[in-house]
Design a protein around this ligand. Structure first.
Ligand code: NG1
Ligand code: MG
Length: 470
């Protein structure tokens, strides 16, 4: 039987029929896997949500500052069938045999964040969207997940899964929401897994525009298309070091979130803000102090020291008992933390936020291509240096890979996503991409004996969409 190419009932007019035709074989395979997992059933529709590469603005979203990612073509697709019989039981399978099929009660989802299971992301999306929609007795759904975004590579495979499931579940209940509403709901969903990210990944997955990077701002959430300069290609290369944010949250990602929060509160307090306890993000502290980036950096130099802060010292500075600092400012995964590197973290965030604004200005003002590429490249290189030295979220392999990329003609190269492994993104003149890719393969993947290393040039892709099977 031939299977028609699914037509698009998109959230916007975002998912082109060309993109779908190119993927017909994949959708056919998902349909076949669906039938074999669910007694011959046929999906009622598909949902898809893309991964992303962040061009600049790393580790600033949860401090309130704007980011500049673009969606990539790689995505998560979920095939969905609505059960004919009543009930709230959901069954979810994966085309990857590593991920076993399982069921859960959609009306009573309990996620054990200590057990790192792929299904946690799916259940988080399910739980968040049903709660947001007030669905106390959600429909029973059959779901088949197919992901082609490499996991732990900083390309946001986990958030794409959360977003895709939330979109699928909303559609499975005939609910229509705006992209912005989906992005906001899905940002909250992620908390059910225990990470405290700032919303970049969910926002770009829904709000991406084909052909443009997006400047995403928070509080309130907004997204502005940014036209990248002609002649610039962005090449993603995977260091092949898997970064498991879930597993290392207490010492890496979530600790950084706490260090940023403590920095914000301390800046506000030492800067004389009366209700300093409300300045829980660096942006809020900046607004309360009514200071420019330079003025903020001057305040940091004046008030902060570069060695680590202990809880005892913070207790003295805030005038609060240690136990209150822990209960008010830390999260479940970071209550054990006793040492905080504030000067470096806040310096990174302020400088990176300023670099992100400069990157956007260069794209918007569109100087001649040579000038534009050189400036953007420099900002990306500076971003990497700051991630490595001040935020300490790089690793040896990423430093090595970005320097190979620069030697091979990238005008800028930096880690992308949370770091501690995963991918880097390089700005390469379009006419040099082929040679660049070949050389990086040889000098990084081959030398390190990495088979099938991932490297690809990505044009800005489109956002999440419903794909109906007619
Ligand atoms: P990844 O690369 O998916 O771990 C994380 C956060 C982002 C952002 C970046 C760093 C989530 C879901 N994602 O991305 O919000 O903070 O790190 O810029 O927490
Ligand atoms: Mg992620």
């Amino acid at each position: 039987m031939s299977i028609p190419v699914p037509t698009v009932h998109s959230l916007g007019d975002v998912y082109s029929s060309d993109a779908l035709s190119a993927q017909k074989g994949r959708y056919d395979q998902i349909r076949t896997a669906f039938a074999s997992a669910f007694d011959g059933a046929v999906p009622d529709f598909y949902a898809r949500a893309p991964g992303r590469v962040n061009l600049i603005g790393e580790h600033v979203d949860y401090s309130g500052y704007g980011v500049l990612p673009m969606a990539i073509a790689q995505d998560i697709v979920v095939a969905v069938a609505i059960a004919k019989t009543p009930g709230t039981q959901c069954t979810i399978a994966n085309t990857n045999p590593k991920h076993a099929k399982f069921s859960f009660d959609g009306a009573n989802i309990v996620i054990d964040t200590k057990k790192h299971h792929w299904g946690n992301y799916a259940m988080a999306g399910y739980k968040g969207i049903t709660e947001a929609l007030g669905l106390t007795s959600p429909r029973s759904l059959y779901l088949m997940v197919d992901g082609v975004i490499p996991a732990g590579a900083g390309l946001s495979s986990s958030s794409a899964l959360v977003c895709c499931i939330a979109l699928a579940v909303a559609r499975g209940h005939d609910k229509v929401l705006t992209k912005l509403e989906f992005a906001e709901i899905c940002t909250k969903c992620e908390r059910y897994i225990g990470t405290e990210g700032g919303g970049m990944d969910q926002s770009i997955s829904f709000m991406a525009n084909q052909g443009a990077a997006m400047n995403i701002e928070f509080g309130p959430l907004r997204a502005f298309p940014v036209k990248l300069p002609d002649g610039a290609a962005f090449v993603v290369a995977d260091s092949s070091v898997v970064s498991e944010k879930q597993v290392t949250a207490a010492t890496n990602f979530n600790l950084r979130v706490v260090e940023c929060r403590l920095s914000a509160l301390l800046l506000a307090k030492l800067g004389g803000v009366q209700n300093w306890q409300e300045a829980r993000t660096i942006l809020r502290a900046q607004n309360a102090l009514n200071a420019s980036f330079d003025a903020m950096l001057a305040l940091v130099s004046k008030h902060f020291h570069p060695h680590d802060y202990s809880l005892t010292e913070l207790s003295g500075l805030f005038g609060l008992p240690e136990s209150e600092i822990v209960s008010s400012f830390m999260s479940a995964s970071t209550v054990e933390a006793r040492s905080f590197r504030l000067f470096q973290r806040v310096s990174h965030v302020l400088q990176e936020a300023s670099r992100t604004a400069q990157f956007k200005t260069v794209c918007d003002t569109a100087p001649d291509a040579t000038t534009a590429l050189a400036k953007l490249g420099q900002l990306m290189n500076d971003s990497h240096t700051s991630c490595r030295d001040l935020y300490e979220c790089s690793c040896e392999e990423l430093d090595d890979l970005t320097s190979i990329c620069r030697q091979q003609g990238a005008l800028g190269s930096r880690l992308t996503g949370a770091g501690w492994g995963g991918c880097c993104v390089s700005l390469v003149p379009s006419d040099k991409v082929d040679a660049f890719v070949a050389n990086v393969k040889r000098l990084y993947f081959e030398r390190k004996g990495i088979a099938n290393g991932l490297i690809f040039a990505s044009p800005p892709g489109c956002g999440a969409a419903i794909v109906a099977s007619d």
